[in-house]
Design a protein around this ligand. Structure first.
Ligand code: VL7
Length: 135
């Protein structure tokens, strides 16, 4: 039985998000707004299918994918890049690689106790976010 990430998760800490946005060339005005946003993740996991919604009052972003199958991702409303994206399991961690213009780009999700962790990385920058489950 793989880990089930399904649920609604509220952002609690957001370490280094500013540098992650910078490395993606997000403009200053957008960064100033985005860095303070309350973000909510809605994750629906059904066997090898995954939908992840990242919601905020400013922008929303949604992906749907099959674990283990590469797909075309366009980060519309974020940095607007085209990526070849693959999400797979490494033990109980969901690991995503996003091949495109930027090197070493991707993210990871894992659970620790009742918290959802996420690492967002690009080039030499790592952003670490922790979410608590919405009651
Ligand atoms: C997606 C944003 C910074 C632009 C707006 C910020 C709006 C709310 O990739 C992500 O999640 C994965 C794994 O859970 C699933 O797609 C994180 C948010 C990162 C990057 C770009 C700033 C403008 C934040 C959408």
């Amino acid at each position: 039985m793989p880990v089930d990430f399904s649920g609604t998760w509220i952002l609690e800490t957001n370490n280094n998000f500013e540098d992650y946005m910078k490395i993606l060339n997000i403009d200053l005005v957008t960064r100033k707004v985005a860095v303070h946003l309350s973000q909510t993740k809605v994750i629906i996991q059904d066997e090898n299918k995954l939908t992840i919604k990242t919601l905020s009052t400013f922008r929303n972003y949604e992906i749907s994918l099959t674990i283990g199958e590469e797909f075309d991702e366009c980060t519309k409303g974020l940095d607007n890049r085209k990526l070849k994206t693959l999400v797979s399991w490494e033990g109980d961690t969901l690991v995503c690689t996003q091949k495109g213009e930027k090197a070493n780009r991707g993210w990871k999700h894992w659970l620790e106790g009742d918290k959802l962790h996420m690492e967002l990385y690009c080039e030499d920058v790592v952003c670490h976010q922790v979410f608590i489950r919405k009651k």
